[in-house]
Each structure stands twice: as C-alpha cells, then as structure tokens.
Design a protein around this ligand. Structure first.
Ligand SMILES: [Zn+2]
Length: 108
C-alpha cells in the first residue's frame, strides 16, 4: 500500500482508497469506473433476432397508425386512442431506428 497526495487537499491517502479521507474528493486510482469504452463482449443480435424485433417494431408502428386513423375514432375515448397511437408510433419508430443501427453494425 502506497500513499499518494490527494489532488484536492494534498493530504496523504492510501492509493487503494476511492475517496480522500480528508476532503472526500474521489481519487483517480482504482475507482472502478472506466471512462475509456471497452469493446463489449455482448454478441450482436443475430439476423433471426433482428427480423423478429423488426416485426414487433413494425406491428407496433402499424397498430399506432391504425389507432390514429378512422378505427381510433370509433373507440369510446378518442383522446386515449390518440395518446396510444402517438405512443405506439414513437416507440415503433425508435425501435426501427435502433434496429437499423444494429443491422448496419451487423453488416460490417
Ligand atoms: Zn483530499
């Protein structure tokens, strides 16, 4: 165990400590937080998984469009239908965008 000087107050603290015992400032030694991105070990989704997710995303999008259209107006509460439609369309679009990024990463 070695002593290092705290960058904030200059007090000698253990290099194993995560925080300075004097002022509580975080020490840059073994904080456990890695700011440099490490290549993730998680395998990218397979083509079959991507296809299933695309189907799910597109059906959510389709349901949203249907709810936003004439079908939604026949439901009891048009406001709820419009809200659901917006939610489904936004979620569907986000999912499609994520899928496109994944598919592009897969192609490399
Ligand atoms: Zn300190």
């Amino acid at each position: 165990m070695a002593l290092i000087a705290c960058g904030e107050c200059g007090r000698a603290v253990s290099d194993k400590a995560e925080f300075c015992v004097g002022c509580g400032a975080p020490l840059k030694t073994h904080s456990g937080i890695d700011l440099v991105p490490v290549n993730s070990k998680v395998t990218p989704p397979t083509r079959a998984q991507l296809r299933r997710r695309a189907l799910l995303a597109l059906s959510a999008l389709g349901l949203g469009v249907v709810l936003a259209g004439p079908f939604g107006r026949h439901l009891g509460n048009a406001r709820v239908a419009a809200f659901l439609a917006a939610l489904l369309i936004i979620a569907g679009l986000c999912a499609v965008l994520v899928l496109l990024v994944h598919a592009a990463a897969n192609r490399r």
